[in-house]
Design a protein around this ligand. Structure first.
Ligand code: 6PG
Length: 238
């Protein structure tokens, strides 16, 4: 297991990288990290506020969490982005999370906060931003990394209004073009961030990140270092 720390001088983001031997090792480590964060948060504040990511690596983690014991009644679940498709569309991140995990554990339905992306990106983002205005700092934000360096639905070259907690996305380069994403500012308002990065297709984005290139993943800069669990790539800044 290789570890390294990197500081982005532009955004101030400090990232702690752990390179695992296999993607399956990430899944086990991430489940443990999530369950530990939940335990500490519930002990300290009586609730656990987690923000989920879409994507293939998170899906495998969610499937494992579905059969693990936890104090589910105190979990509150949000999403960092979603796609403007019908509620039951297989490519909705909220549907993926429910099918893989949330439908199988006793988290109260009123504590699962799907992004209302079926309303369209403008109306859905406004409604989610309104909800988020009542939510304190998150405990844990999960994020993925796209091959072009995007995270959540923050895409390279797509400026968003960072004053809002949730914003509409138009013309996303990854389909579908209309999406809703939390802003970098809201995603940074958290006690911890865990990026999940697997696959050689992400190598160019990882190289850019570690070379200080301005990609969306580097703008998430909470007070604590972000943690990056990765596999099947090379870490070049050692
Ligand atoms: C989305 C995701 C997106 C994803 C990355 C990584 O809805 O498209 O939120 O940001 O996390 O593209 O996805 P993979 O893990 O599938 O590579």
């Amino acid at each position: 297991m290789q570890k390294t720390r990197y500081k982005n001088s532009r955004s101030g983001q400090v990232s702690d990288w752990t390179l695992f031997e296999h993607a399956s090792a990430i899944e086990e480590a991430a489940c443990n990290r999530i369950l530990d964060a939940a335990k500490s948060a519930i002990q300290a504040r009586g609730q656990f506020l987690i923000v989920l990511a879409g994507g293939t690596t998170p899906k495998k983690i969610y499937q494992q969490l579905a059969s693990m014991p936890a104090d589910w009644a105190h979990w509150h679940v949000f999403h960092n982005d979603d796609r403007c498709l019908p509620v039951d569309h297989p490519e909705r991140n909220s549907k993926m999370a429910r099918d893989a995990w949330l439908n199988h554990v006793p988290i109260p339905q009123t504590q699962i906060y799907d992004i209302p992306a079926e309303l369209g990106n403008v109306a859905g983002a406004a409604q989610y931003a309104q909800l988020l205005s009542t939510v304190p700092s998150f405990d844990l934000v999960l994020l993925g990394l796209g091959e072009d360096g995007h995270t959540a639905s923050l895409f390279p070259g797509h400026a968003i209004d960072n004053r809002a907690a949730a914003v509409p996305v138009f013309d996303a380069p990854k389909p579908p073009p209309e999406r809703i994403t939390m802003s970098q500012q809201r995603l940074s308002d958290t006690r911890a961030v865990l990026f999940l990065v697997t696959g050689s297709g992400k190598q160019a984005a990882v190289d850019q990140w570690l070379a200080g290139v301005d990609i969306p993943a580097t703008v998430i800069a909470p007070p604590q270092p972000v943690e990056v669990y990765c596999a099947d790539i090379r870490l070049s800044c050692n």
